[in-house]
Design a protein around this ligand. Structure first.
Ligand code: UD1
Ligand code: MG
Length: 435
């Protein structure tokens, strides 16, 4: 494949999203839409320019979290609005330049490679049931004549179902020579990149339409399209893991973010969300559990458990209604109803139902360290910071406020009081009062 430059258009306001957030920062599988165009572009080129305008600082800062070595340019949107205006003033490094839209989160490098055709313009064409929302491709005698935007189209042209997918490869020289000839005589008073198609034809240049598939080139302009694109993206993520040996029960109900890794013979049950940079290795995540930015290895989690960021759960059983956060658990059983935050718990330790690490004093967070083979009775609170050494027994209902030494029993319990027949005395009095 020849070296080429890539320009990604991301300056539009995204009015149809009806949102304060710039369109290209709306997320698909946990990452901004623009992230995906750049990620795929980087597989093909070392000369990538992203065109920004609306809230450019916000978009730039977000994208720089993920990518370095990207050129950003600010469109002269006031004087030259539109997709044509967006490419003005850029000098691509290579002889060919691929122009992508930043609102196409489903594009893939393997599809973009198909644009590697020797022509002045290679344009992407979609054959659809309904081309609503897209520019229409006008074909006469089998040849492309021009592209008409939806807002400029006549009622006859609106019936056309052949659409412009919005990705083009240009001969750089042609692009630079013709951009200044664009005008804004159209419904939106914008400079359209699509008008270059008609110009190339009138100059007798070679124009090659490339038929592409909507699954990869879907433009996202509204929140309906955002949700539709995310479904396609989610299916891709889950299919890749299934091919690698992961079991998904009722996959349509499972949400896995971009960046998650799942390895080995893992089972993911219905309703599970796995977020951020989580890594699941040979583990079983049961119904309706959430795992966020954590590692789960050789363990079972849930149903209805929440593994919050920076937890590392290894060879451990986590049962229902257990929440962890910054918890390093190795060889532990925590079967029911617990909050385990800012803690390190070692092998052979059993965490009884209702155990709580009181990690926050209202100002700072403190750690709980529990050693090996500790038996924590139900309804125990650890008022951190505390350290529990190995082989300790903690009685049910205990509030641990100090360190516990190896081999000890630790128990805080009020002395039990019993009064014989008190029930009858108490209620007899109440009944008499009512009378
Ligand atoms: C565009 C095409 C349309 C095509 C569709 C495919 C034009 C005029 N129309 O329409 O033929 O069917 O894509 O999805 O090109 N942008 C800028 N600066 C601007 C305006 C837009 O950078 O001044 C960026 C947007 O951020 C977006 C991309 O260009 O990423 C496309 O803009 P959008 O407004 O979504 O164009 P469409 O109406 O979808
Ligand atoms: Mg669009």
């Amino acid at each position: 494949m020849n070296k080429k430059s890539i320009i990604i258009l991301a300056a539009g306001a995204g009015t149809r999203m009806k949102s304060q957030l710039p369109k290209v920062l709306h997320k698909i599988s946990g990452k901004p839409m623009l992230y995906y165009s750049i990620k795929e572009a980087l597989k093909l080129s070392d000369d990538i320019t992203v065109v920004l305008y609306h809230q450019f600082e916000k978009v730039k800062a977000e994208i720089e979290k993920y990518f370095k070595n990207i050129n950003f340019v600010i469109q002269d949107h006031k004087n030259f609005p539109g997709t044509g205006g967006a490419v003005m003033g850029i000098t691509p490094k290579y002889e060919k330049v691929l122009v992508l839209n930043g609102d196409m989160p489903l594009i893939q490098a393997s599809e973009l490679e198909k644009f590697d055709i020797d022509a002045t313009i290679v344009m992407s064409v979609l054959k659809l049931q309904s081309a609503d929302g897209y520019g229409r491709v006008i074909i006469e005698n089998g040849n492309v004549k021009k592209i008409v935007e939806q807002k400029d189209a006549s009622s006859e042209e609106l019936k056309i179902t052949t659409a412009n997918a919005g990705i083009y490869q240009f001969d750089t020289k042609f692009l630079l020579e013709n951009l200044s000839k664009l005008d804004n005589n159209n419904a939106q008073k914008e400079y359209y990149i699509t008008d270059l198609v008609e110009m190339a034809i009138s100059q007798g240049k070679v124009l090659k339409p490339l038929i592409v598939n909507e699954e990869n080139f879907k433009g996202v302009n509204s929140k309906v399209e955002l949700a539709d694109a995310e479904v396609i993206h989610q299916n891709r993520i889950k299919k890749e893991f299934m091919k690698a040996g992961v079991i998904f029960r009722l996959p349509d109900t499972i949400y896995i973010e971009e960046g998650v890794e799942i390895e080995g013979e893992s089972i993911i049950e219905n309703g599970v969300s796995i977020l951020g940079n989580s890594k699941i290795i040979n583990s079983h995540i049961k119904t309706n559990s959430v795992v966020e930015n954590s590692i789960v290895e050789n363990s079972d989690v849930g149903p209805m458990a929440r593994i919050r960021p920076d937890s590392k759960i290894v060879s451990t059983h986590i049962g229902n209604f257990v929440e962890t956060k910054k918890a390093i658990l190795t060889g532990v059983k925590a079967g029911h109803l617990s909050y385990l935050g800012d803690c390190v718990i070692d092998e052979g330790t059993n965490i009884g139902c209702g155990t709580i690490t009181c990690n926050y004093d209202g100002v700072n967070k403190h750690q709980t360290i529990i050693g090996k083979n500790v038996f924590v009775g139900s309804d125990t609170q650890f008022v951190a910071p505390v350290t529990i050494e190995d082989d300790v027994l903690i009685g049910a209902g205990t509030t641990v406020t100090g360190n516990v030494k190896k081999g000890e029993l630790y128990l805080t319990r009020a002395k039990t009081k019993t009064i014989d027949g008190y029930f009858y005395k108490h209620f007899a009095k109440k009944t008499n009062e009512k009378k």
